[in-house]
Design a protein around this ligand. Structure first.
Ligand code: MLT
Length: 316
């Protein structure tokens, strides 16, 4: 039977499913890149979350590897072209953690407009700033989603429940698909100009890097709020800090940064109207079970029958 390595902490259901299906399984979270490179040659399957960097160097050492399974959505930690060249299939589990990420998006929006973070910090410091920290509501406002995959659609559903108008843009979808997902189709320009909240739901690629930059920030509505729970590097962080300092944007919230963790001197971290979490979008008990089950099932099915669910490349 194929030998599988899980190189990160993962819900125990994942190794359990492989073992029940008769696979040989090693679960070794915390290997250094050198240690991983030294053992990868033994394995036909590798399961990763976001810490393991599946580089061209690692792939060159992976003589038997047939499939890399990503327990999560983003594959920016995997050199997919190098994997494809080595005839290694890469699979992800899109949608399995969408609820976790979407709930965090709404939570961060509410935290910003209700000053939850600063209110808690000042209260614990002995202040009672009831007058200064009066907020606004998200109901009745417009939310613009750039990217309308599984997470974007879930955010739209939650936002509609709060009484928001939802605009969405996704280059991979036509207008009727966006309408079916519960949003009004809009261009990026329309979203920037019209939305009170802009939330990003795109992968980071060469095309989307720094999509939100000084120029696009200037096109956002004055007083708008930017949320990025998708991928670091979609936003030019220095330009965002300038827009937050000038008051052009009222606030921003990130779960992801261009460099994770962000450098201590990242200008965003000094701003009261910027709040952040340490890439926690999918870090819920439910999402972690969902991705762990999905990645195991998909990889087992691939080895047993060649099923390609979740494949992001083609190696035939
Ligand atoms: C994902 O890509 O699935 C999320 O960002 C969560 C993660 O990186 O684990």
């Amino acid at each position: 039977m194929p030998k599988i390595l899980i190189s990160e902490k993962i819900d125990p259901i994942c190794p359990q499913l492989f073992r029940e299906a008769g696979f040989q399984l090693d679960h070794q979270p915390g290997l250094t890149p050198e240690e991983l490179g030294a053992v990868i040659g033994e394995y036909e399957g590798l399961v990763v979350r976001s810490s393991t960097k599946v580089t061209a160097d690692l792939i060159a050492k992976a003589a038997k590897l047939k499939v890399v399974g990503r327990a999560g959505a983003g594959v920016d930690t995997i050199d997919v072209p190098a994997a494809t060249a080595a005839k290694i299939l890469v699979m992800n589990t899109p949608g399995q953690n969408a609820a976790g990420v979407a709930e965090l998006v709404i939570g961060l929006m509410l935290a910003l407009v209700r000053h939850v973070v600063i209110g808690c910090t000042t209260l614990k410091g002995g202040l009672w700033e009831k007058n200064r920290l009066s907020g606004t509501e998200i109901g009745g406002k417009t939310l613009g989603l750039i990217g309308f995959g599984a997470v974007g659609r879930k955010v739209a559903a939650l936002a509609r429940g709060f009484g928001m108008t939802v605009l969405a843009h996704d280059p991979l979808l036509n207008d009727s698909q966006i309408t079916a997902g519960g949003a009004k189709p809009a261009s990026i320009a329309d979203i920037l100009a019209g939305a009170d909240f802009v939330s990003l739901h795109l992968p980071k690629t060469k095309e989307t890097a720094n999509l939100i930059n000084a120029e696009t920030l200037a096109k956002m509505k004055k007083g708008a709020i930017l949320i990025n729970c998708a991928r670091g590097g979609l936003v030019d962080e220095a330009a965002l800090a300038a827009a937050l300092k000038s008051g052009h944007l009222a606030g921003a919230a990130f779960d992801v940064f261009a460099a994770e963790p962000p450098a201590a001197d990242n200008p965003l971290l000094a701003l009261d109207n910027f709040i952040a979490t340490p890439h926690l979008g999918a870090s819920t008990a439910e999402s972690q079970v969902n991705v762990a089950v999905a990645v195991a099932r998909q990889m087992i099915a691939y080895f047993q029958s060649g099923a390609l669910e979740g494949a992001v490349n083609s190696v035939s």
